[in-house]
Design a protein. Structure first.
Length: 131
């Protein structure tokens, strides 16, 4: 009975982890052959942030979104923060918008702390302005 209970608990924890977008893999991300922990690759959706990085990201997002002259595309650029270093990714409508987003991020994070991978392209929104 105890073995069944443990198995059910393990199954439940794996189901919860999967539903949260996580995977539980035994030795895959455990300790490697050389005694060092193997880490899964970092992506925007799996990157962990410390409290300072989350706060910095939040402040940059607030600065960008509060500028109503920027497009929805600019408001939705991806902001990745790791150890105080910020990377901006995504597409904006114009060179002026790109510079405005970069300037806002640099104003919050500090000069030399922002790396931009923003691209300029056409508006991908399907909405049209009604007159």
């Amino acid at each position: 009975m105890k073995r069944t209970l443990v198995s059910n608990a393990a199954l439940l924890s794996q189901l919860l982890a999967v539903s949260a977008g996580l995977t539980l893999a035994g030795p895959l991300f455990g300790e490697g052959m050389n005694g060092q922990a193997n880490q899964p690759p970092q992506t925007a959706s799996t990157a962990t942030q410390d409290k300072a990085d989350r706060e910095l990201t939040k402040q940059i997002r607030k600065a960008i979104v509060s500028d109503k002259s920027l497009s929805t595309q600019a408001h939705n650029v991806k902001i990745l923060t790791r150890d105080g270093a910020v990377t901006l990714k995504g597409q904006v409508k114009s060179d002026d918008e790109k510079k405005a987003v970069e300037d806002k991020a640099s104003g919050v994070a500090g000069n030399g702390k922002v790396s931009s991978e923003l691209t300029v392209g056409p508006n991908t929104s399907t909405k049209t302005k009604s007159e």
